[in-house]
Write a protein that binds this ligand. Structure first.
Ligand code: SF4
Ligand code: SF4
Length: 528
């Protein structure tokens, strides 16, 4: 049993390092531990340099402080950050839900069993949604509220803020996928994921600590080069031109992706990772939108061709900088609306959170690609042959599209219509489980973190996928996991590679629009 107060005690690892043997077993042929990849170990040399004092995992490579003065500087900044979170001028996005989540926890623990990370580790206390939140609540009450130090002593809720606390909390805030399954389960409507995200925000905005994959190689690169992939506008245009040529040949349709078309009905913004890793997705969008006669365009302006907004996961200011750029580009092009490609966090950033930032002239209508695709499929403009999709298909629900936005049915209506062997995972829809890579984890792989995220946070999803196809477990029948989100696809790709699931179980994955185009009756050959 780990107690809340243990977070500030003994500078070594808070728990015995998590290992494969602790985890809930997977079904065959993935049930033999000695046949699974061996977890990377943190070397003694690394332990000298970086903090590894939570659970034996070092996702963030936080350097150890040089001396006591540096420790104190960071602890003071953290304390100042706690106070700032409670003021409207400093917390202009999330203040109200945060205050509710701080004040009204009934400590009923209903949320705990909703968390796949906690469950898959064999119920390790530190991964409970409430463990992180209760530490945060006690720190807020002690250090950010008047009379807090006195009251917390009387109530025996006293946690000493020190380097051990903040360095452990920093790592712990990246052991949650922000899937908000716990928030949905809470009878009081409290949001433990928001608390986790606000912790990340203090670290980023006050201490300058953020995962390099999300900040330097994410937001900063996107602002500097135009995309978190590092692709400039010129390179993106060349890539898309190449795709147009290639797929014109494959499909027998002359495909021309429009660029910077003023007054178009739709500005489509992809996650630019698609162009590099899954080019068939933007190609399928181009084929379908053109066949349906939609007035649409891509933008070649920097940031306008990349819907990634990693600030959503760790920093309000970085979130706002990217969201404002996207809206300004749409306003300049005078498009009727922005349509968000198959990327969950892009949906959340633009359609939910940015509502608090994009006001006045920047309040451009936004639509999910899920509803646009549904409207096209059922418009009667395109002839489909569902038998082209006559293989087992299941659907992964990206948390940010489904639980967050409530866009549940459009993608299902398409799949029920176009995929004769479509079957649901259990549970699904708003009760879905995260792919395991939510909140940026999918792109984070420092030190031994890749082993943790695939084996722990991605474990429930892998089991769900295997169960959905239990009627065809072997590799002889190819099966398709439809994951309409770039981030989820990256995570599912990593899970399949890690376990050799394509070879052992015939598992493939891809987006939604590819299945739609695959069923277009007039294409020379099926698209997939
Ligand atoms: S947001 Fe998801 S991963 Fe994080 S604590 Fe809640 S249920 Fe667990
Ligand atoms: S379910 Fe809600 S009220 Fe109950 S412990 Fe979790 S956060 Fe607190």
């Amino acid at each position: 049993m780990i107690k809340i107060k243990d977070i500030s005690k003994n500078p070594g690892s808070l728990i015995n390092p998590v290992c494969r043997e602790d985890l809930v077993p997977l079904p065959p042929p993935y049930d033999k531990i000695d046949e699974q990849p061996v977890w990377k170990q943190i070397s003694d040399e690394q332990k000298e340099r970086i903090e590894c004092n939570l659970d034996g995992i070092a996702a963030l490579s936080l350097p150890k402080p040089k001396d006591a003065a540096e420790e104190k500087m960071y602890v003071d900044k953290f304390e100042a950050g706690l106070k700032k979170l409670l003021t409207s001028e400093n917390n202009w996005v999330f203040l109200q839900p945060l205050l509710l989540s701080i004040e009204y926890c009934a400590k009923c623990q209903t949320c705990v069993n909703a968390c796949p990370v906690y469950e898959e580790t064999g119920k390790n206390d530190i991964y409970k949604p409430t463990y992180r939140s209760e530490i945060f609540r006690r720190l807020i009450k002690k250090y950010a509220k008047p009379g807090g130090k006195f009251l917390s002593k009387i109530k025996a809720e006293d946690i000493e803020l020190n380097w051990t606390v903040i360095s452990r909390l920093y790592e712990l805030s990246y052991r949650c996928t922000l899937c908000r399954r716990c928030a949905q389960a809470c009878p009081m409507g409290l949001d433990n994921a928001l608390i986790t995200r606000e912790l990340r925000k203090i670290f980023s905005q006050e201490l300058g600590w953020a995962p390099r994959e999300l900040h330097e190689k994410g937001t900063m690169l996107q602002l500097k080069a135009g995309s978190s992939t590092g692709m400039s506008s010129k390179i993106v245009k060349e890539n898309i031109e190449f795709l147009d040529e290639d797929f014109s040949e494959i499909t027998g349709m002359k495909i021309e992706t429009p660029w910077d078309k003023e007054g178009a009905d739709v500005l489509l913004i992809h996650n630019a990772g698609e162009i590099l890793s899954w080019p068939e997705n933007p190609a399928a969008f181009a084929i379908l939108l053109q066949a349906a006669g939609i007035s649409w365009t891509l933008s070649s302006e920097e940031t306008g061709y990349d819907g990634v907004n990693y600030g959503l996961f760790y920093d309000d200011i970085q979130l706002a900088r990217i969201a404002i750029k996207h809206a300004e580009i749409a306003r300049k092009l005078k498009v009727k609306k922005i349509v968000l490609g198959e990327c969950g966090h892009q949906h959340k950033a633009m359609m939910t959170i940015s509502d608090r930032i994009l006001t006045g002239g920047l309040n451009i209508p936004k639509e999910s690609s899920m509803t646009l695709l549904e409207n096209i499929v059922f418009s009667g403009k395109i002839k489909f042959d569902p038998m082209r999709n006559n293989f087992p298909v299941t659907l992964h629900d990206p948390c940010n599209i489904v639980r967050n936005l409530g866009i549940v049915e459009p993608q299902r209506r398409i799949l029920r219509y176009l995929c004769p062997q479509f079957r649901e995972m259990t549970p699904h829809g708003i009760d879905n489980y995260c792919c395991g890579g939510g909140s940026g984890l999918a792109v984070m792989s420092q030190n031994n973190f890749r082993d943790w995220r695939i084996s722990v946070s991605g474990r429930r999803k892998f089991r769900q996928i295997l169960n959905a196809f239990s009627d065809h477990p072997g590799p002889d029948v190819k099966k398709y996991v439809c994951a309409p989100c770039s981030n989820c696809k990256g995570m599912i790709r990593d899970i399949f590679e890690y376990y050799g699931a394509t070879e052992k179980s015939g598992l493939m994955y891809g987006g939604l629009v590819e299945l739609i185009v695959n069923a277009m009756a007039d294409l020379k050959e099926p698209f997939i």
